[in-house]
Design a protein around this ligand. Structure first.
Ligand code: PHE
Length: 357
């Protein structure tokens, strides 16, 4: 028995891989292994002999099994160490420029807008892109017969036959997130809501999917003056110019009263757009004081609270700021376009570090 022990424990300790270990296991404690055969001999022994040899054989079997398990674990550790050594890589090395991806202008501008409004105390809110007809229209004071529903070229979702609830819609603007934010947080409230919106429209400045950022501020003492200041600050920071002139033009939206569209002074001299100078005006957003019915739909008491809201086209201001002529190219995933108009992946826009560069 001592010979067996020496033979197998020595061989197990020297086993170079799992296959060698398995061969040793079969030879020692497998069905026809040497230890197993010895155990079978117990039956032919006298009771006294058996009492001596039985426990010793069992102990040897346990010892061999334990040695097999220990060697197996050691081999696995060594294999892992070897892999970790071989597969080591330096994650602090700069990315190879040819392989580096770029940040899409829509993402970049969304981050820029978020940085600017975060600095003014606005949180970011989100809502679903497939929206209930109530959130997208009714709650925003656009009832069923309202012409704005037809004007918006809405995409309707499918309802199964016999289900006459109003179908969900692909949201036509980010304004339903106003309602969802009011429902979720109540007043006072200060949020911006960037996201995708959908309308059936396609030409150089329209795509069926595009992006907006909604702004909403509700408090007991909010006025048009606050709206004007916020938008002026925003436009100066966004276009990175010290002086801008905004023109608030009376307009109409069902969900704001009064309503204003905002134009920005610009020049197109030499075919390039310059913001803040010249004799042209360019419309960039819709805005106004939140309609009392909209506050009510969001469970906010209009006799206590007032708010302003605005909606900006993200793709639109991205085109303006970065001189991108055709909106359709935004969504064609053309690598050459992405490399030309894209932004460095690690260059996150901040107010202190610079928005665009
Ligand atoms: N929802 C409007 C649109 O899509 C924009 C807007 C938002 C106007 C908020 C006023 C207030 O055109």
């Amino acid at each position: 028995m001592d010979d067996l022990r020496q033979k197998y424990l020595g061989a197990i300790a020297d086993a170079a891989d799992e296959a060698a270990l398995e061969a040793l296991r079969v030879a020692a404690v497998g069905k026809k292994g040497e230890v197993s055969l010895k155990m079978r001999e117990l039956g032919r022994m006298t009771p006294e002999e058996r009492q001596q040899a039985g426990p010793r054989l069992n102990a040897l079997k346990d010892e061999i099994n334990a040695a097999l398990a220990a060697r197996k674990a050691a081999l696995a550790d060594a294999a892992l160490d070897e892999r970790l050594r071989a597969e080591w890589l330096d994650v602090t090395l700069p990315a190879r420029p040819r392989r580096a991806g770029t940040i899409h202008p829509v993402s970049q501008v969304t981050e820029e807008v978020t940085a600017i409004f975060a600095d003014m105390g606005f949180a970011v809110a989100e809502g679903p892109q497939v929206e209930s007809d109530w959130h997208n229209f009714d709650a925003l004071n656009i009832p069923g017969h309202h012409p704005a529903r037809a004007e918006m070229d809405t995409f309707y979702m499918h309802r199964s036959e016999g289900d006459d609830r109003p179908p969900h819609v692909m949201r036509t603007h980010t304004s339903p997130v106003q309602i969802r934010s009011m429902e979720l947080s109540g007043a006072p409230l200060r949020v911006i809501c960037p996201g995708r919106v959908f309308r059936a429209d396609y030409d150089q400045t329209h795509t069926p999917m595009f992006h907006q950022v909604e702004g909403l501020a509700i408090d007991t003492d909010i006025s048009m003056a606050n709206l004007k200041w916020c938008l002026e600050e925003f436009v100066k920071a966004f276009f990175e110019v010290d002086n801008v002139e905004l023109r608030f033009r009376a307009s109409h939206f069902p969900f704001t009263e009064p309503s204003a569209e905002v134009d920005i002074r610009c020049s197109w001299e030499g075919g390039t757009l310059k913001v803040g100078e010249g004799d042209d005006w360019l419309e960039i957003l819709g805005s106004g004081m939140v309609h009392p019915k909209v506050l009510e739909a969001g469970n906010i008491h209009p006799s206590v609270w007032q708010g302003f809201a605005f909606g900006v086209g993200i793709d639109r201001i991205a085109m303006l700021k970065y001189g991108i002529p055709d909106l359709r190219a935004f969504f064609e995933s053309d690598l050459r376009w992405l490399r030309h108009y894209g932004f460095a992946a690690l260059d996150v826009p901040t107010l202190h570090g610079g928005l665009s560069r």
